[in-house]
Design a protein around this ligand. Sequence first.
Ligand SMILES: Nc1ncnc2c1ncn2[C@@H]1O[C@H](COP(=O)(O)OP(=O)(O)OP(=O)(O)O)[C@@H](O)[C@H]1O
Ligand SMILES: [Mg+2]
Length: 277
Amino acid sequence: MSASLTARGLVKSFKSGKNRVEVLKGVDFSAQHGDVTMVMGPSGSGKSTLIATLSGLLRPDAGEVTALDTRLWTLSPGRIDRFRLDHCGFIFQGFNLFSALTALQQVSTVLKYKGLSPSAARERAALALHEVGLGHRLHQRPSELSGGEKQRVAIARALAKDPALLFADEPTSALDGENGQVVIRLLQRAAKAHGAAVVCVTHDPRLEAYADRVIHIEDGRILAEPPAPHAPAPAGPRPRRSRLFSRRLDVRCCRSCAVAGFRSRWCWSWPAWGSAG
Ligand SMILES: Nc1ncnc2c1ncn2[C@@H]1O[C@H](COP(=O)(O)OP(=O)(O)OP(=O)(O)O)[C@@H](O)[C@H]1O
Ligand SMILES: [Mg+2]
């Protein structure tokens, strides 16, 4: 199957005082239609920067991104904006809501830009907000919403567009267990029922259990990708691997292992892995 999103040799650095800090150091990446691809790594490892370069928000210094058969960074800025509007949904780490707009308006405004009539946009926006459990908060502005409610508005806004590419940066960071579950299922549905390529940055071990692929990034480089531990489950979450596995440390397990955690039979490269799951 061809990848809906690929990147080759992405390099990105930022100026910090007199120095330049290289944040992405030649990253290759791919994500498929119908998959939830999880990107995990320590704070400051370049996850948000990666998602921004993949989605047309931040131009890399070198490397290329091909999204839905389009060489993204060869487009003019206006056409990149149009590409994002037409094909991408974003759940930002900082929510990025407009302070003057109600929850309903946050979602419907984007849909109107996409060409829906005002009444169709309102209807679809209300449905999306109901789906994330905010049917009773349609007319509240961000200042009247809790952190978790704001996050769910951002999620509804991204999902309402039914995007081919869905980028989520820590989508459950402000949510309790129950609402985290709702969001996880919605991300999975975007991939499985709507065929979106979902790229999700997270530290949240609850999300990992729902991923089709988990990619680890550390200090601006993708670590060797481990083999898939289980065949993809047709519906619902995979079983959690173990409490020990999820209690990870920010150190690599062994030289050939992409897993931050303990050296143990849970290591991807451990010979007994096949019978350990
Ligand atoms: N605009 C910027 N200017 C300067 N440095 C930046 C800029 N954006 C990011 N950085 C630096 O790049 C590094 C990676 O940042 P990034 O936000 O991608 O990390 P992250 O993996 O998403 O971290 P977290 O898990 O904390 O969100 C950090 O050291 C950060 O300070
Ligand atoms: Mg980040």
